[in-house]
Write a protein that binds this ligand. Structure first.
Ligand SMILES: O=C(O)c1cnc2c(C(=O)O)cccc2c1O
Length: 468
């Protein structure tokens, strides 16, 4: 149908997961009316009357961002949290100089090669506070013809003074989302974020049913080792994850838009460390030893060269998929796990993915035991790497995402259905972005690599790709 769903209708349909995709220009209206939002919808007055907001991101086009706020909200205080340094910081401040309501917060990047990847909006309204965790940069290109993920929190009402206790966190949920978010903000050690920490402490987060999965740069030891990156996933799944017996032979799906250097062979980081965390379950450390991992255990979704060439944007979509030939050449083993980007169900097979999602899939791919949407790509910098004989987790970048576990949405829930017409009350449908079953690369397929030329076949705009 062509009627434009109102934002209230969209949010009603999105409940209880509130996991949506960004609208895509150039696909049939029905796919933009179903569980889809544009940034203007998120910032609209329909969401509440804004008092002030904070925009955490990697790239900010400030004049464009200001245009996305409704006129009556453009003068409200706005905190920009970024990781720019040197000339990038100068350019960013130039973009902000005409807006007196903007304050800048430069996240400290103590680890070399680290970036401020986290993408989050904190929205304080006259009647409550909302958290939006997503995957899109605050630039027009990221909200135009890509597949991006957005989690929009329920409206968290203000606690009244009587409910506030002097110590500890009041008004948290059983997933400790509020406590974890406060700890994440505290790690910035930034005065301007103290204000937002107070706002969060003063609101009631009991309706937050997701787990926060975040990364902050540093060498984390002791209890802190399990607070961030893939070790947070290991902790949550080990305590609140699926029963190991229930998910035997299930597969980890990882979907991302960039890949780091993962080491000389799969047994080291990919299957030996990262996958061990993703395969964690209740009642057992992990489901597989690294040596027993096969391509059935780990299914990775990453755009092929053909996915990029035939995408709505054409080869330029690849400018946001920074997998370099130097790393690709060193880890051919990685390519054996790869599957194409395919999202016919959501009308987004040609909307190049910038979203990052992870899940535990049943052998027939019809169910998932958990689902995660995050800024974190497939890299050590994002998820962390264990050092000092496993006693220290070294993370380079800021990342943030949310994890959905069935039992927090359905009493005794063990799995989500990924096939809408096979969902039940006990096994609710979860609107994943990509099609199942997953489609492996053919022998002819190659992962997209961004720093080599493609002149053999023109893209959807008739152009070749000759990197600078
Ligand atoms: O969204 C992000 O966090 C993000 C981070 N990095 C990049 C790079 C790079 O790091 O070279 C190149 C192109 C796009 C992105 C991008 O979209």
């Amino acid at each position: 149908e062509d009627h434009q769903a109102t934002f209230q209708e969209v949010m009603k349909e999105a409940s209880p997961f509130n996991f949506l995709l960004t609208k895509v220009t150039g696909i049939p209206a029905e796919f933009n009316n179903k569980l889809s939002v544009h940034i203007k919808d998120i910032l609209s007055v329909e969401m509440g009357e804004l008092v002030e907001s904070a925009q955490f991101n990697f790239m900010h086009d400030i004049p464009w961002l200001m245009e996305q706020y409704p006129a009556e909200h453009r003068s409200k205080p706005l905190l920009i949290v970024h990781g720019e340094e040197r000339q990038g910081k100068v350019t960013l401040h130039e973009g902000a100089q005409n807006f007196p309501n903007i304050t800048m917060c430069q996240a400290k990047l103590d680890m070399i090669y680290g970036t401020h990847h986290s993408k989050m909006m904190l929205l304080l309204y006259t009647n409550g506070l909302r958290v939006v965790i997503h995957t899109a940069n605050l630039i027009e290109q990221d909200w135009y013809q890509k597949t991006q993920g957005v989690w929009i929190s329920p409206l968290f009402p203000k606690l009244d003074k009587s409910q506030m206790s002097s110590d500890g966190i009041t008004g948290d949920s059983i997933t400790h989302f509020k406590k974890d978010l406060v700890e994440y903000l505290t790690m910035y050690k930034s005065f301007s974020l103290l204000r937002w920490k107070q706002h969060i402490l003063q609101h009631d987060f009991t309706s937050a049913k997701v787990f926060l999965v975040a990364s902050v740069p540093g060498r984390h030891t002791g209890e802190s080792k399990n607070k961030w990156g893939h070790m947070k996933v290991r902790k949550v799944l080990g305590k609140q994850g699926p029963q190991a017996s229930f998910v035997k032979n299930w597969s980890v799906a990882g979907q991302f838009s960039s890949v780091g250097s993962l080491g000389a062979d799969q047994s080291k980081y990919l299957c030996g460390e990262w996958l061990q965390s993703m395969l964690s379950a209740k009642g057992v450390g992990t489901l597989y030893a690294a040596k027993d991992v096969t391509i059935k255990t780990l299914k990775l979704i990453f755009p092929s060269k053909e996915n990029v060439r035939t995408s709505l944007e054409g080869y330029p979509a690849g400018a946001s998929i920074p997998y370099n030939i130097q790393n690709a050449r060193k880890q051919q083993y990685f390519h054996a796990f790869l599957h194409k980007w395919k999202a016919d169900k959501r009308g987004r097979s040609r909307a190049s993915p910038h979203i990052k999602t992870y899940a535990l899939l049943s052998p027939d791919s019809k169910n998932a035991a958990w689902f995660m949407v995050t800024s974190a790509n497939m890299s050590k910098a994002a998820w962390g790497t264990l050092e000092k004989n496993g006693n220290q987790l070294m993370i380079r970048s800021y990342e943030i995402g949310v994890m959905f576990l069935p039992e927090y949405f359905v009493d005794g829930g063990e799995q989500f259905s990924l096939v809408e017409d096979q969902s039940t009350e006990a096994t609710p449908y979860f609107p994943i972005p990509w099609d199942v079953p997953l489609e492996p690369y053919t022998k002819a397929d190659r992962p997209w690599v961004w720093d080599i030329p493609y002149t053999d076949k023109p893209d959807s705009h008739g152009n070749a790709w000759i990197p600078g």
